[in-house]
Design a protein around this ligand. Structure first.
Ligand code: FEO
Length: 394
């Protein structure tokens, strides 16, 4: 039994998942949490219902405060199974509870669970009196599914924001000031890059809507709760949504014999000499979402590939779809790589990147076998040119 008081009558009652290491493509190397919240007023309200595998934890946490059978309203801010998996059990136990969701949420939940629940549709701006408190529902579509909404509790000024402002990190501490603001922000960025980045226009709209509210606490559905430094997370969201990024370049490469690796190192030196911050990742050694986290806030992405059977080295080709995750075609790109007795990878890589809609700097740099001293100079100059091209386009 585990809960945490956020304010008088308002509790975190969610579940910690210490073991999760992969969340539909996002690497969760430090685990995660599925946050649910309980509000005890004249009516008893549960906000979101954890993943199916954690329903017993949720019910146990609620039982430490009230009898789950006494819940009057179950609010579904988001229909994705990590927040709705436990709904069927909760609704079975809380026989008189009404489920609250956006009209789109009602549709999704009906499609997903095919159960005959008593459902209250929450339109944008609707309010629900639950005693001394009134809850307000704020539609926030695509954060991160089409049906998502925020729930706002005005007397304690808490915004229950579901996926928005969340972070996948498992900790016994419930608040960002305990976990560490910078640490939480790093995980929030990784989460944003992989799940929220494609919907940046919706982020801007949601931020505008919440400006009308007085908010002292942001309680997301993953990771620690923000009860201080709120401008750190809202400011970060604004910056990320505006694509307000530093002059940073990420090099991604795959290498068969280490020659493309040597090219990557020399290109990195040229980029740094040209004034860019640089990150370098071998796709064969790194989980894709760890790289997505870096390319998300890079202005330039350089992709290196050995030639394999006259084409792109498969581990590099397999990474290209992950670049689609962030849907940011404003990034500059260029390619490079080593080949042996036949070339081919770079032409195909450039063509693929152009077909994806990226602005490719120039035909990629291809060198045969191990780069010579002159070849490494070419790589360095290639990096310098890419830096000047990117910084000059700001
Ligand atoms: Fe936490 Fe979009 O689910």
């Amino acid at each position: 039994m585990n809960s945490e008081k956020l304010a008088e009558g308002i509790y975190w009652v969610g579940a910690i998942d210490w073991d999760i290491r992969e969340f539909h493509g996002l690497s969760t190397l430090k685990g995660g949490t599925y946050n649910s919240y309980l509000i005890v007023d004249e009516k008893i309200v549960l906000i979101d219902a954890v993943k199916t595998t954690k329903i017993d934890v949720l019910l146990s946490n609620i039982s430490g405060i009230v009898d789950p059978a006494d819940i009057d309203y179950v609010i579904s801010n988001h229909a994705e199974p990590d927040h709705s998996g436990g709904l069927a059990r909760v609704m079975e136990i809380a026989k008189n509870a009404r489920l609250v969701a956006t009209p789109n949420g009602v549709r999704r939940l009906s499609e997903m669970y095919r159960l005959d629940w008593d459902i209250l549709e929450a339109k944008d701006g609707d309010e629900l009196a639950i005693g001394k408190r009134t809850l307000k529902f704020i539609h926030a579509p695509l954060l991160h599914w089409p049906e998502t909404m925020f729930t706002y509790e005005g007397s304690s000024r808490i915004l229950f924001s579901c996926d928005a402002f969340g972070a996948h990190i498992a900790t016994s501490e419930r608040f960002t000031d305990e976990v560490g603001v910078e640490k939480t922000l790093a995980f929030a960025k990784k989460y944003y890059a992989f799940l929220v980045a494609p919907f940046r226009k919706n982020v801007i709209k949601a931020l505008d809507k919440t400006k009308e509210l007085k908010i002292d606490v942001i309680a997301p559905s993953h990771g620690p709760v923000w009860r201080s430094d709120l401008d750190m997370i809202t400011g970060a969201y604004q910056k990320w949504a505006n694509r307000d990024f530093e002059d940073k370049a990420t090099i991604i490469y795959g290498t068969m014999w280490g020659n493309t690796h040597k090219m990557a190192a020399a290109v990195a030196e040229g980029l740094a000499d040209g004034g860019m911050k640089v990150r370098v990742y071998n796709v064969q050694l790194t989980l894709p979402s760890e790289i997505v986290d870096e390319i998300f806030d890079s202005r330039l992405v350089l992709i290196g590939s050995s030639t394999f059977v006259g084409g792109i080295y498969p581990p590099v080709e397999a990474f290209i779809p992950f670049m689609r995750v962030i849907r940011d075609k404003s990034k500059k790109v260029a390619s490079f790589g080593s080949y042996g007795w036949s070339g081919g990878s770079i032409k195909k890589l450039d063509k693929l990147l152009e077909e994806e809609g990226y602005d490719v700097m120039e035909p990629g740099l291809a060198l045969q076998f191990e780069p010579t001293a002159d070849g490494l100079k070419e790589c360095f100059e290639f990096g310098r040119r890419a830096a000047a091209w990117t910084i000059g386009s700001a």
